[in-house]
Write a new protein. Structure first.
Length: 125
């Protein structure tokens, strides 16, 4: 069985470590973690099946590419990559923007987001 490749892109290393911990025990999946959209884009040659992408990158400084910009660039490179947007914001106006720009799912970082994310990744792969 070929493993599915998932990219995790978030500037919060605690979130990345949590996602890595959960997915290291999931059979059939490999993952790579990145702290910026730029890093993610440089590694698209690995052809991920799913990219889990944070909406806001605030920890690395003001010049970081946003999640929305990264989403658009990912799909310019490969329209077949499925992108799941993550955000800690509770802004209902973001959902249509994410979908309009090609995201397959939107998950809010709340107490249950890991369960929702695992379910979404399984559904999309």
């Amino acid at each position: 069985m070929q493993h599915k490749l998932v990219f995790f892109v978030d500037d919060d290393r605690i979130i990345l470590h949590l996602l890595e911990y959960v997915f290291q025990s999931m059979e059939g999946y490999e993952y790579r973690s990145f702290t910026s959209g730029e890093e993610c884009l440089k590694n698209l040659y690995l052809n991920p099946d799913v990219v889990v992408l944070d909406h806001l990158f605030t920890m690395g400084g003001k010049n970081m590419m946003s999640g929305m910009e990264t989403l658009k660039k990912i799909l310019e490179v490969n329209k077949n990559i499925k992108v799941i947007m993550l955000t800690s914001q509770d802004n209902k106006d973001l959902v249509p923007e994410f979908i309009k720009n090609g995201a397959k799912k939107y998950i809010r970082k709340d107490s249950f987001f890991i369960d929702s994310l695992v379910e979404a990744i399984k559904e999309l792969t």
